[in-house]
Design a protein around this ligand. Sequence first.
Ligand code: SIN
Length: 292
Amino acid sequence: MALLERRASIDVVPTGTLGAEIRGVDLARVTPAQIDAIKDAWYRHDVLIFRGQRLSDDQLLAFSRHFGTLDPPPNQGAGRKSPPGYPEVYVVSNVRDAQGEPIGALGDGEAAWHTDMSYAPAPPDASMLYALEIPSEGGDTCFCSMKAALNALPPALLERIRQLDIKHDGTYDSGGNLRKGLAASDNPRTSVGTPHPIAIAHPVSGERALYLGRRRNAYIMGLELDESERLLDELWSAVESVVYRHRWAVGDLVLWDNRTTMHRRDAFDPNARRIMHRTQIKGSGAPQRAAF
Ligand code: SIN
């Protein structure tokens, strides 16, 4: 990894695929100049990796608030899971408490490629995940560049989708679990969700990205179902053009732009413990259609 730049005493080191590692910062004591440098790096690299951090939930929340107002955790199959007294922290974990209740969401299974809460009218701008306990193997999180995915599309396909919208299904979480309180549905036309443009422009950088959300129950508005399925399959074939795989260590914090990336997670040993604390930043608005 080559050093890209040093600013406000932090080093920005690109991963070589998507994202950059930020070195030389203690997120519990971050300065305003470092926050500016981190934001600049974030807009350019979309995924930022901070290793070796030691953060309490209060410090995680304080760092998260530099990026905007916090969103409450999503409604997952296990419900909204937060540590006591921290409703803005979302626990992602397979661990169960003494009563056998999961302390967090998503269990130990694979989580499919997704954008966080793209079924909402104004999905979160950003999310961050902080590792407290990790299994010795498995449970890697992968991030893909949706800017690269859009750039990989042939011109005729881009022309075809530039005015189209996808309805983003809100029925299932990325582990395939029915969200608490919702009715099961495998009908992409009628399942609950919100339509957003397929090609969006980032509100700060203006860069264009493909905005696919989740594959299950996705539906391209106005098309016959079989045509929508074919077109979605074509678009999804570009998703893995540029991917960064994160192998977690305790103390890693990863921040991602939820508008220009998607992420997925590998399954891991059900007998191992994995505890992550996540925060997410409220959406600054509905995703905006890209101009071509
Ligand atoms: C998530 O989808 O936010 C969770 C990813 C992970 O558990 O690594």
